[in-house]
Ligand binder design. Structure first.
Ligand SMILES: [Zn+2]
Length: 143
């Protein structure tokens, strides 16, 4: 097994996913792309490399990867879901008009401050304690 595939295998297993050869091929292609894809774009990417992979398998694996957190999801207006294969902790800026999406990195200290503040406000307004909270910040504007 090639070195990169070994790393991808370890990533899948660390998320509790059994690394079948199709999952491995698919995850490897996605994770080396560092992009925001629609489901349809992912289907075409995988299909162009592995024409033997069925549409159902590709979509099932995609669902599994996003449910387990191997890849992130990004909900855009008009209900489109994008899959994000950049595994580094980051946020997004969306350029209105063009729809271009740019990854934005915040230092850990800033991020945890914002996270703590939001969680505190949320718990105050709902009167409940929240767990497993995550923040995903989207900045929108024009350039
Ligand atoms: Zn991203």
């Amino acid at each position: 097994m090639e070195a990169n595939y070994q790393k991808t295998k370890e990533i899948l297993e660390s998320y509790g996913i059994r690394a079948t050869s199709q999952r491995l091929e698919m995850a490897h292609l996605l994770l080396s792309a560092h992009k925001h894809f629609t489901a349809e774009e992912i289907f075409h990417l995988i299909n162009s490399h592995f024409p033997h992979a069925s549409r159902a398998t590709i979509f099932n694996n995609l669902k599994l990867f996003s449910e387990k957190g191997v890849i992130g999801t990004l909900e855009l207006k008009n209900g489109v879901t994008l899959y994000d294969s950049n595994m580094e902790r980051h946020h997004h800026a969306v350029e209105e008009g063009t729809g271009r999406i740019i990854d934005v990195y915040l230092d850990e200290e800033t991020e945890s401050k914002v996270h703590a503040l939001m969680k505190e406000e949320l718990e105050k307004s709902t009167g409940k304690s929240w767990k497993n909270t995550r923040i995903m910040i989207t900045l929108k504007g024009e350039s």
